[in-house]
Design a protein. Structure first.
Length: 491
């Protein structure tokens, strides 16, 4: 039987993608809370009291010698909660812009692979009687859906802190395996785990018609996923070599407003947010004198294939689909209609099934082949950007009695992709987190403003009243972009 602590093929691929200082394969979020911040000791003790519920947070990676197997999770004998729970403060006046700048710096730093792959930054000094938490977790450890589950483990559902279920025994690290043991275990699995495949062959012989039909369906699904990627994505100012530094900002909207647009114009909430991003990108490209007539950017959209029973489990259970974004369409209703048809077509095409089949096959590929394939994929322009939409909890969360006001998510950047958009709903709000290369997108705030204006266009088309409240960035028109763009100096 395979080692349950060994990374899956998909989990390991996120390590292979992070092969230089420019690509950071951690997912992250900026969480804003109301009230006075807890002390560093308070927060560290609170997190430590719940770590037995997420034991991976006390484990680090052990790599198999000579690359003869995927890495395994092992207990970190030097684990120190206070190393991972860090303490920072904003200078006066503690503005949102200063928080965004600090978040960009935090998200620019790779996680140390010799330690558990997560960090939590406590940030005090935020104006308006608020504080923030910046959370980072490597994608090899968690995907978006299980990340939401971990959030509900670490935080409370009421202002009164709920004691975590007690553990019978204090945590004691298991002995680290030696290099020889790691190599022997990996080689042993190579000779024993394929026995499961032989049993699958026997089942195939017993029910050939049913299984052959499934194989044909899977091959068709794989074709529907791979063919759009083979066609490639169009050139754009967002697809350039990237560096190690990041900018981070967000757009915050009312979830009810997005739902009202959906009810008035048709489609789903996901269609509305994708059409919103599409409109913002079109405005941005035209502001940079990039032609958009008949241009369809290609977005990679991760979709969860995690079963209900697997919620709360770590590791990645995601597939992906390619979606066309008609950035050249300036009419908001027509743009939403095209996006809706695109997403309906993807559901019928079976792309997500094909992606999952390919994902499962990575478990059979030798680690060296997987590494080269992951790096080759990162160098190709199969897609222009990643857009991920994760449903968050629709009830307030608390940490040590302080209510979380907002959560702004981050999706990592691949090589030659200077922008990623992560969307998350929480407690009646929907937030767009924009992660960008520091040099390639110096006017990220302008792009955020254009995204907000794109949603306003849809709301106007749906004859909706103005939003009751908003924490969106200041409006920036294309003619004022040059003046609004910050200097290109390194942070």
């Amino acid at each position: 039987m395979a080692n349950g602590d060994r990374l899956s093929g998909l989990d390991a691929s996120f390590l292979h993608l992070e092969h230089d200082a420019a690509t950071h394969m951690h997912v992250a979020s900026c969480m804003v809370f109301e009230g006075p911040p807890p002390s560093h000791d308070e927060l560290a003790a609170h997190v430590e009291g719940r770590l037995h519920l997420v034991p991976r947070y006390r484990q680090r990676l052990a790599f198999v010698p000579f690359g003869q197997g995927r890495p395994v999770w092992v207990d970190d004998p030097h684990f120190n909660t206070r190393y991972h729970v860090q303490h920072h403060a904003l200078p006066h006046p503690g503005s949102d812009e200063q928080l965004k700048h600090l978040a960009g710096r935090a998200f620019s730093q790779q996680l140390d692979r010799n330690k558990p792959l997560w960090e939590l930054w406590l940030v005090e000094g935020l104006a308006g009687d608020r504080f923030a938490l910046l959370g980072k977790t490597h994608h090899a450890l968690v995907d978006g859906i299980s990340g939401v589950d971990i959030t509900t483990v670490l935080f409370d559902l009421s202002p009164d802190p709920t004691p975590a279920p007690a553990t019978d025994h204090p945590w004691v690290a298991r002995p680290l395996p030696s290099s020889a043991q790691l190599l022997a275990d990996a080689l042993l699995e190579r000779t024993t785990v394929p026995g499961e495949i032989l049993r699958g062959v026997r089942r195939t012989l017993r029910a050939p018609r049913r299984v052959v039909g499934r194989v044909v369906d899977d091959l068709a699904a794989v074709g529907s996923f791979t063919l759009p990627g083979v066609r490639g994505a169009p050139a754009s100012p967002l697809n350039v070599p990237i560096g190690p530094h990041r900018r981070f900002t967000w757009v915050d909207e009312e979830l009810e407003r997005v739902k009202a647009i959906k009810d008035a114009l048709g489609g789903t909430v996901n269609d509305v947010v994708l059409a919103t991003v599409t409109g913002g990108l079109g405005r941005y490209l035209r502001a940079h004198d990039h032609p958009t007539l008949d241009v369809v950017l290609r977005a990679l959209i991760p979709v969860s294939v995690r079963a209900e029973a697997e919620h709360g489990a770590l590791g990645n259970q995601v597939a992906a689909v390619w979606a066309g974004l008609p950035v050249g369409v300036t009419d908001p209703v027509e743009r939403l209609t095209l996006v809706r048809r695109e997403m309906e077509g993807l559901k019928e095409s079976g792309q997500a099934v094909g992606a999952r089949v390919l994902t499962e096959l990575t478990g059979f590929a030798p680690p060296t082949v997987m590494a080269q394939a992951a790096r080759l994929q990162a160098r190709q322009r199969f897609f222009n950007l990643v857009i991920t939409n994760v449903p968050g909890p629709q009830l307030p969360l608390y940490v040590l009695g302080r209510r979380m006001l907002a959560i702004y998510p981050l999706v990592p950047l691949a090589q030659n992709q200077a922008l990623g958009v992560a969307i998350m709903s929480y407690d009646g709000r929907v937030s767009f987190g924009l992660n960008a290369d520091f040099d390639a997108v110096p006017d990220l705030e302008a792009l955020a403003a254009m995204l907000a204006e794109s949603l306003d266009e849809l709301a106007d088309a749906a004859a909706l009243p103005p939003p009751r409240r908003s924490r969106r960035p200041a409006r920036t028109t294309p003619r004022r972009m040059a003046a609004a763009a910050p200097a290109r100096a390194r942070p």
